[in-house]
Ligand binder design. Structure first.
Ligand code: DLZ
Length: 159
């Protein structure tokens, strides 16, 4: 990650962070890629024993994130895949998970990496899943964002 003033991420400044990963269970192949990417990123940062929890679908991510945020985690990573179908259900699930995770993060002050793909097709999702042939690795990215935010929050001293 590059950004003006953002702390460099390394095992030295991240290895002691408590991180939880929550992953939905729809669209197995994409989810496997997202979870693998997230665990790879955590391992690179020396965060070797993350909590990993599964939920039925993306809609259930916020409630588990909220409970974890109250249990002392420094960062949470939420992973899911929502693929547009022929009904408005897609919009409701996308809206619920996006607003729910935003609310939990802002209300609790615990950063949540947003690794929820919202795609028109499975092909688009696979292209972002961090598997062979994918152009993007959104599980890895979500960890990097959450951990970077947690390290930034640590630099803010008490008034
Ligand atoms: C019901 C549903 C549908 C249609 N599609 C998806 C999806 O593409 N991705 C996903 O993660 N979950 C989906 N779900 C399940 C909902 O997230 C939720 O688990 C159920 O509505 C039960 O609350």
């Amino acid at each position: 990650m590059s950004g003006k003033g953002a702390p460099e991420l390394s095992v030295k400044n991240c290895g002691d962070l408590r991180v939880a990963v929550i992953a939905a269970q729809w669209h197995d192949k994409v989810m496997d890629g997202l979870v693998d990417g997230a665990l790879r990123a955590l391992n690179e940062l020396g965060i070797s024993e993350p909590t990993v929890l599964r939920v039925p679908g993306s809609f259930e991510l916020p409630v588990v994130a909220k409970v974890l945020a109250g249990r002392g985690y420094d960062a949470i990573v939420a992973l899911g895949v929502v693929i547009r179908g022929g009904t408005p259900h897609f919009e409701y699930v996308c809206q619920g998970v996006t607003q729910g995770l935003t609310q939990v993060s802002v209300d609790t002050g615990v950063p949540i990496g947003f690794g929820v793909l919202t795609c028109d097709t499975e092909e688009q999702a696979l292209d972002r899943a961090g598997i062979e042939g994918s152009r993007e690795d959104k599980g890895h990215e979500a960890v990097t964002a959450a951990v970077a935010t947690a390290t930034t929050l640590r630099t803010i001293s008490e008034p």
